[in-house]
Design a protein around this ligand. Sequence first.
Ligand code: A3P
Length: 296
Amino acid sequence: ETEKMKESRPELFDFHGVPMIHYFTDNWENIQNFEARPDDILIATYPKAGTTWVSYILDLLYFSQTFADRQASIPIYNRVPFLEFEVPGIGSGKDLADHLPTTPRLIKTHYPVQFVPKSFWEQNCRVVYVARNAKDNMVSYYHFDKMNMIQPEAGEWSSFFQRFMDGKMGFGSWYDHVNGWWKKKQTYSNIHYMYFEDLAEDTGREIDKLCSFLGISPSADVKDKVVSGVQFDNMKKNKMANYSTIPVMDFKISPFMRKGKVGDWKNHFTVAQNQVFDEDYRKKMKDPTLQFRNEI
Ligand code: A3P
């Protein structure tokens, strides 16, 4: 299966103005008709911004007490379905979401905001958006495309670097994604917009903010367990959180839990690339209210 997929790396194509691969558009009609419930929680991110980290935090906050055994038996990608994922032989995120036995349902998407099924807005669902600084996000995406056989070919770093700036990535431009969701927050208040860098700086503080957004108050004991359970090293060795059970990823190339750092871009960007990047960034990121930290 994996060998076959190696030969069939998907190509990006234009889908309603956004570069996409077919695995995330094949089920489009059904996804658009998805019936959200008022207590559903949507975790929305650009790929590689910290989706799994926040998914695991939410899963532990809600279910570590009541469904303890699922921690040892159900991988995170099955507890928190990836709504638009539609890969023959592996699964359908929409079907998984439709049949989730737990409440609230935690549902993940990488769609740019304009692709989100309308029922989420109609039901006024809570949305947790996680954003990560562009440089680290780019580096993480590069390693991910290398190791994941159902992602487009990463190519050389220098060409990937250019493609990222040009927005020719799966799920489109990072710049459009973070800005699109940021703008949505102005008209739809039920969005908690959070940053990978803040989470790395002080996980406990960010979990407190999340809980206040979600309207939950875990005991000190539960909170301590969550903070420790979601530490990078603990998630990296946790088979239910580290994606080692999924067939399309080649961990010999790179593990899913790769570094988990803020500032790893410094090991990839040349001085010249960094200058080009910063200049281009200033042109694209005009909104002074949306600020990222490239280091902490
Ligand atoms: P790196 O490639 O920089 O290591 P996503 O879940 O959106 O695909 O994002 C994956 C990125 O988040 C990877 O970044 C991964 O290592 C990082 N990550 C996942 N869990 C983490 C954790 N508990 N602490 C820090 N980083 C984490």
